[in-house]
Design a protein around this ligand. Structure first.
Ligand code: HEC
Ligand code: HEC
Length: 292
């Protein structure tokens, strides 16, 4: 009897050590650092994502190369991705490819940051799919997109280099991973003649402008915003900010001077990032070379 009790006790302890299931990990990634709902969930008039319409089709983009709406990615078989295989969902996220059994088969996905998402570790891809399968199925057909030029994604060197599970123990590398899959630098690097500069003269330098002419689905009174310099430069960037000030900006949307920061950055999603992960992101940002 006592031996059985001991074995049971050991099993319980072991499962306690690996507390997070794939579904929990997927929920964490999708609803915090990856902020999929910032584009894919419709928002109310105040810009708050509508809870029971989670991921059912969100922001609309009206940009020179593309007109379209962030798709319904709930499990609805007809208007969502319920009929897609796990692999097809992973390929859409990490390679921007549509499967042959979906609408517009073979047409590459615009806007979605596949050039960043390709870095998502295999276990995290599985976790994300598990979470997408678990959200409430919502019937909502989004309009077909219009492509004016072929979809192009600029290479992001850190995603191309990739990550391993071992690296996640090093805070700076984990921070770099989180900042990559959170595609921070997609917004915070300049676009020069339609091409993003993620190289040594652009990474984190800021300057990209977002406005309601380009993206619809944020509050009607949204004034738009320009992504600031988040390199380690002491004056032009965040080099002199304290860790607390940087974390407050990311997770609460309050700038160093107390100003409320504007969308499209997903502060309300980032609020759920764990304290160690937020520390890791700050540790990584400190390593971004200074640019003026
Ligand atoms: C910056 C906005 C944005 C973010 C963030 C974003 N997406 Fe998307 N996503 C889009 C848009 C826009 C489309 C439609 C593109 C098109 O039609 O060419 C799309 C399409 C998709 C599709 C294809 C579905 C279909 O039926 O066409 C999947 C799957 C998907 N997104 C999953 C995700 C997941 C999972 C995340 C978070 C890890 C995510 N997206 C984050 C904007 C975004
Ligand atoms: C969709 C675009 C977008 C994404 C993704 C994004 N940001 Fe931002 N971020 C902005 C914009 C725009 C502002 C400025 C808002 C304003 O001025 O009202 C901003 C502000 C900031 C600030 C405050 C800087 C200052 O000078 O006030 C920090 C720090 C920051 N972002 C870090 C990050 C990090 C780290 C990530 C990834 C976890 C990230 N951002 C993801 C667009 C984005």
């Amino acid at each position: 009897m006592s031996r059985i009790f001991l074995i049971v006790a050991i099993c319980v302890m072991a499962s306690g050590a690996t507390a997070q299931t794939a579904l929990e990990r997927g929920r964490y990634l999708v609803t915090t650092i990856m902020a999929c709902g910032n584009c894919h969930t419709p928002k109310d008039a105040n810009g708050v994502p509508i809870k029971d319409k989670e991921l059912s089709g969100g922001a609309t983009f009206t940009i020179p190369p593309f007109n379209g709406t962030a798709s319904n990615i709930t499990p609805d078989p007809e208007t969502g991705i319920g009929n897609w295989s796990d692999d097809a969902i992973k390929r859409a996220i990490t390679h921007g490819e549509r499967p042959t059994n979906a609408r517009l088969p073979g047409v590459p996905l615009a806007v979605m940051a596949a050039n960043f998402f390709k870095a998502i570790l295999p276990d995290d891809q599985t976790a994300i799919v598990a979470y997408l399968r678990s959200v409430k199925s919502v019937r909502n057909a989004v309009p077909d997109p219009v492509y004016r030029v072929p979809v192009r994604h600029d290479h992001y060197p850190e995603a191309d280099a990739g990550y391993t599970p071992d690296m996640m123990r090093d805070p700076i590398k984990r921070g770099s991973y989180l900042a990559t899959i959170g595609h921070c630098m997609e917004c915070h690097s300049p676009r020069e003649r339609g091409v993003s500069n993620y190289g040594p003269t652009g990474l984190g330098k800021g300057g990209r402008r977002f406005s309601s002419a380009d993206v619809q689905g944020f509050p009607a009174n949204w004034p738009g915003a320009t992504a600031p310099n988040i390199t380690s430069h002491p004056e032009k960037g965040i080099g002199r900010w304290s860790d607390v000030e940087i974390k407050r900006a990311i997770a609460q949307g309050i700038s160093r001077d107390g100003r409320q920061l504007q969308p499209p950055m997903g502060y309300s999603f980032y609020r759920g990032i764990t304290a160690p992960d937020l520390d890791a992101i700050v540790a990584y940002l400190r390593t971004v070379p200074p640019l003026e």
